[in-house]
Design a protein around this ligand. Structure first.
Ligand code: BES
Ligand code: MN
Ligand code: MN
Length: 458
């Protein structure tokens, strides 16, 4: 479907994405609320310009959801496109080679044609915008083959807590046949793949308190439990010598894959040396009995995301701190559920705390794991679309990240999702120097209309 409209508008498609990327729509920090609204309006206006109807910003208790639709014939199938316009905070800023909200193009080893460096370039503005431009192209060419609805939210990076209620309250409006999402990765630019599962998430903050005030570490040190020492030991104790997680009951509901399913998963090409070289690590780490792909795709994890307390200023201050803190996440797989796992964590963490400290366990947002079908009409449409534009059949894989709302789409709207992502895991999502390949951006715009075409051919 390579066509004149696409060719003539390639530069415009890029210029507009740059405009969107310049808006620092960080959902985690309320200081950026105006930017959130500006990004939402940007997408709203471009959907209108492309020819969508009923385009609006739907207010929620949090950030607005951009909605728009094109119903060409109610008897035809409907694709609900979901994505997010919010981005992760850009800190630490000094590790960016160019400012996070001033997009620039640079070549990299895996992106020899150039990549767009900016926060949100890949996750998820670049991928959302492919859908807006693919829609524009289909409208301009009069080739939109079925109905489409857009639901682009602004709170994915902070747990989508207002999208669930929105979906439940708008079941009729969101009626569709499938959800199409581009917010995941492919294996490599010459190895297309489609994620058929996402991990769930349980995220917890802990506070460990020792003495009632900071103490002189010489006067009291050795006689009073140091909450940082204790917290470090408690966290370390949550993996055993085989790197299994030691929380009682943690693995009880984990679905083990059959030998055949594991073999299937391991058909995806994976170069361990490249992987280590890219991250500059001498060895990988993880649960005994599983390889890297399995550890990130089908096994649950526990990771400390941040840990703080005591003195971290210039020079040395001798202090035995009163408090220590950590943020801990667990990635979950079918059929673990985030509420039970959070509860198991809480009970375990409280039970292993020695008497000299008190602990508080505060649960944050969570999300459930999902597996999406590979035998559905929609999956096959995505498979055919990618095969058409990449010249290779995409490999079904399991994504390690989480998009908590996908489980809710299934539970509340009765809709399965297709995770037709176009990024690369190495695109530095959530990290300094996030980027998105020009190849990937244009490939997405080119592939999406084929998805619509094949999906409409029932
Ligand atoms: N797009 C990512 C999830 C993702 C990335 C899935 C790559 C598969 C491959 C999404 O924006 C994200 O970052 N999700 C969060 C969860 C959320 C509750 C903050 C995550 O996975 O940490
Ligand atoms: Mn995302
Ligand atoms: Mn993200």
């Amino acid at each position: 479907m390579l066509n004149q409209y696409f060719d003539q508008n390639k530069q415009k498609f890029l210029d507009e994405l740059f405009e969107l990327l310049r808006i620092p729509s960080i959902s985690a920090d309320p200081a950026y609320h105006n930017d959130i609204v500006e990004a939402a309006n940007y997408i709203k206006n471009k959907l209108i310009a492309a020819g969508a109807d009923k385009v609006e910003l739907c207010e929620t208790a949090g950030n607005p959801i951009v909605y728009g639709e094109k119903i060409i014939d109610p008897s035809l199938p409907t694709v609900l496109v979901y994505g997010h316009y919010d981005v992760q905070p850009a800190v630490p800023l000094d590790l960016w080679d160019t400012p996070p909200f001033e997009p620039t193009i640079r070549k990299t080893a895996v992106h020899p044609d150039g990549a767009i460096f900016a926060r949100g370039a890949c996750d998820d503005k670049g991928q959302v915008y492919m859908h807006v431009k693919a829609f524009e192209t289909m409208m301009a060419n009069n080739t939109l083959p079925c109905n489409v609805k857009f639901m682009i939210e602004g709170e994915e990076e902070v747990g989508s807590s207002n999208l669930g209620p929105f979906c439940i309250a708008n079941k009729e409006k969101l009626k569709a046949d499938v959800v199409l999402i581009s917010d995941t990765s492919i294996l490599a630019n010459d190895t297309p793949s489609i994620d058929c599962g996402l991990r769930g998430l349980s995220y917890i903050e802990v506070e460990v308190t020792g003495p009632n005030r900071d103490l002189h570490s010489g006067v009291y040190g050795g006689a009073i439990a140091n909450p940082i020492n204790i917290l470090a030991k408690m966290i370390a104790s949550m993996h055993d010598e085989n790197n299994h997680i030691t929380i009682p009951g943690f693995y009880d509901k984990v679905v083990e894959l059959s030998a055949q399913e594991r073999a299937e998963l391991n058909k995806a090409p994976f170069d361990l040396n490249e992987y280590k070289k890219d991250l500059n690590v001498a060895e990988v780490w993880g649960e005994a009995g599983y390889n890297v792909m399995e550890r990130t795709g089908i096994r649950p994890t526990l990771d400390c995301n941040g840990i703080w307390g005591g003195y971290i200023g210039e020079g040395a201050k001798t202090v035995l701190p009163s408090k220590a803190f950590a943020k801990i996440s667990m990635r979950l797989v079918p059929n673990q559920d985030s509420h039970s796992i959070t509860e198991l964590f809480k009970n375990h963490f409280e039970s292993i705390a020695p008497k000299g400290v008190t602990v508080i366990v505060k649960p944050h947002h969570g999300g459930e794991p999902v597996v999406t079908p590979t035998d559905s009409h929609a999956y096959k449409a995505a498979e055919k679309a990618m095969e058409k534009t990449y010249g290779k059949k995409p490999i079904p894989t399991r994504g390690g990240g989480s998009i908590p709302i996908v489980a809710l789409f299934e539970r509340e709207l009765g809709l399965k999702s297709v995770l037709m992502g176009f990024g690369l895991d190495s695109d530095a999502l959530h990290s300094p120097n996030e980027h998105y390949g020009l190849f990937n951006y244009y490939k997405g715009i080119e592939t999406i209309p084929y998805f619509f075409q094949y999906f409409a051919e029932k």
